[in-house]
Ligand binder design. Structure first.
Ligand code: 4AD
Ligand code: MG
Length: 461
């Protein structure tokens, strides 16, 4: 059979030829003696127009087809007079594979994203979600390509782990369910015998610590996998289950880390714009007006760079009123991040050298003893899209930082060993895959860029 994508991309090759198409009825309308089907076969953003008439022995059945019915069409590709498309398929045969139930929930009208979230199994069949999830796939490939082209080694890191990479404590516990025993005993205590081999484990919040061990062997590596955070923030930018890309580079400092992040973001935007022109055009027209201007601005600008201390000054000097008062040492709230990216810099901006108190234990201490070599990339409309740092490579300082926040260095010997056996300056970052996808598509809710989002309200299938 012929793929609809080939029909669109190499139309001339098919004119006046017979093709066989498999697909689903996206739209159908019929006059008395003829009708049109928009057939979508999943290979292309658009469907192909199929014209049928009374020469079909089953004309009446075809004319009565319901939306989403599966069919096979045999027909000739002809140049089309109609506006909007350059060709159509004149059907000589339409086999009905299955007539869809008339209750099909996606009739031809606009549905709200909220409604579509409740039918996550059907929403990939709509224009918007078809575009989102194809771009998601191409974006994932673009990221692998960016790193592989430069010789980075892809490392898969564990999902079940005993360590807490971020020290944030917002983790999902892993327990074994034994059918004859409830997870808690009568006095309310958690039964540890049901943990993973008797050890406390959780779903990973980040693959970074494992990634660093491979960095010490392969120099430049990246991870790309699912991560889990039990954070209660019910925002449009936080998910309990999301994907993260975490490169780690050896013999590199914070500025090399930022250069890598900037090059990566530009490269993957370029790739998606080139490979998904129809989907991107759709987003630009219907999802975020001015999306192309925004993305071209990102491609053509140099990202801003500002220290946390300078950023605090900028925030203090503006006449803008914030809900949270600005003072040195505070974590930047989303209103502050938005002001910096959207109103002050008007492009993505790296904020660096945060106070150690609001950042993870593994970040390299600056000479001032107060700040660490951290960087967050803030993007207009999204906020934090990347979080990264140069890592503490001094064993004594690292161990004392761990103790300060209540971690036991003995339990992290796999990590501290890297500072015993050939320590080296290194840095890395985490890119939130869904936040990047939101940025590229203009979609504004993280639940609408994850195929099956994990939220309490949605069915967990
Ligand atoms: O800033 P974070 O917490 O950094 C780390 O996990 C480091 N271990 C990364 C590293 O240096 N290797 O998370 C990195 C990024 C954030 O910038 C954000 O884009 C995304 O992950 N992220 C989330 N995305 C969706 N939902 C959530 N709950 C997220 N939490 C973080
Ligand atoms: Mg962060």
């Amino acid at each position: 059979t012929t793929l609809v994508k080939s029909l669109f991309r190499e139309t001339d090759k098919f004119i006046d030829k017979e093709v066989v198409l498999n697909g689903w009825v996206r739209k159908i309308r019929d006059q008395k003696n003829f009708g049109f089907i928009e057939l979508n076969d999943g290979t292309f953003f658009k469907g192909v127009q199929v014209v049928f008439d009374q020469n079909l022995p089953n004309f009446a059945d075809v004319a009565a087809l319901s939306i989403s019915s599966s069919i096979q069409v045999v027909g000739k590709v002809v140049k089309s007079q109609g506006a909007g498309q350059s060709f159509e398929v004149m059907a000589s045969k339409v086999d009905i594979v299955q007539k869809a139930d008339l209750e099909y929930p996606l009739q031809n009208k606009r549905h709200s994203f909220e409604f579509l979230r409740e039918i996550a199994h059907l929403r990939p069949r709509t224009n918007t979600f078809s575009a989102v999830f194809r771009v998601r796939s191409v974006l994932a490939y673009a990221i692998h390509k960016f790193f592989q082209d430069q010789g980075f080694v892809y490392v898969t890191t564990p999902i079940i782990t005993g360590s807490d990479a971020e020290g944030a404590g917002e983790m999902f516990r892993v327990t074994t369910l034994k059918l004859d025993k409830p997870p808690r005993s009568a006095d309310g205590k958690i039964d540890n015998s049901q943990d993973f081999f008797g050890k406390e484990t959780n779903l990973t919040v980040s693959g970074q610590l494992n990634g660093e061990t491979f960095c010490a062997a392969f120099r430049n590596i990246y991870t790309f996998g699912p991560t889990f955070r039990a954070e209660n923030s019910n925002t449009s930018r936080h998910a309990a289950e999301f994907w993260m890309i975490e490169p780690e580079i050896a013999f590199a400092d914070l500025s090399a880390d930022m250069e890598l992040g900037e090059a990566m973001i530009k490269s993957i935007i370029k790739y998606v714009m080139a490979e998904c022109p129809e989907e991107m055009e759709f987003f630009n027209q219907f999802v975020e007006k001015g999306l192309f201007d925004k993305l071209n601005n990102v491609l053509n600008s140099e990202f801003g760079r500002v220290t946390y201390t300078e950023a605090i000054d900028i925030l203090k000097k503006t006449s803008k009123k914030f809900e949270y008062a600005v003072e040195w040492g505070m974590d930047l709230q989303s209103e502050h991040e938005r002001y910096l990216a959207e109103e002050h810099f008007k492009k993505p901006v790296f904020v660096t050298d945060y106070p150690k108190g609001i950042k993870a234990f593994y970040m390299k201490m600056n000479e001032d003893g107060k700040t660490v070599r951290a960087m967050d990339l803030l993007a207009p409309g999204i906020g934090e899209i990347i979080g990264g740092s140069q890592r503490e490579d001094n064993l004594e300082i690292l161990e004392s930082r761990m103790r300060e926040i209540g971690l036991h260095p003995e339990e992290y010997s796999f990590y501290t060993d890297l500072r015993r056996y050939g320590s080296f300056p290194h840095a890395g970052f985490g890119l939130g895959f869904e936040r990047m996808l939101m940025y590229i598509t203009g979609m504004t809710n993280i639940r609408d860029v994850i195929p099956f989002p994990r939220t309490p309200k949605n069915a967990l299938f």
